[in-house]
Design a protein. Structure first.
Length: 119
């Protein structure tokens, strides 16, 4: 299984990073116009927004290769929560696009949103 790339420091995120929880709900609309709603997961799902700055060329290349290998949102990977060290084995990226900005030597930046999936 693939894992989210680490920086040279061994960290997976830099400050400021954002962690949130989301609930996945489904709605079924019947022919008579009534609706039935239900929770699609047993509990909340995690979401992390990882903003990275001051990346060098090798770190930027690692994120570019990781994104290409996962084919955007299609792939899944293991992600370690930077707040408590818990590893979530079924995560994916929230977007099919990746923006890597090169501002100068050792000054690359990107932002990725990681979402937890449930099987």
């Amino acid at each position: 299984m693939a894992t989210f790339p680490q920086l040279k420091t061994g960290a997976v995120a830099q400050y400021p990073a954002t962690k949130s929880f989301r609930l996945q709900n489904q709605t079924i609309r019947f022919l008579d116009g009534t609706e039935q709603r239900y929770r699609d997961t047993a509990g909340p799902l995690h979401q992390w927004v990882i903003r990275l700055t001051d990346l060098d060329e090798s770190e930027m290349a690692a994120f570019e290769q990781f994104f290409a290998a996962n084919q955007g949102r299609l792939g899944s990977f293991a992600f370690t929560d930077p707040w408590d060290g818990t590893q979530y084995s079924n995560c994916s990226l929230a977007s099919d696009g990746l923006t890597l900005s090169f501002l100068g030597e050792m000054r690359g930046q990107t932002s990725l949103t990681v979402v937890e999936n449930r099987s």
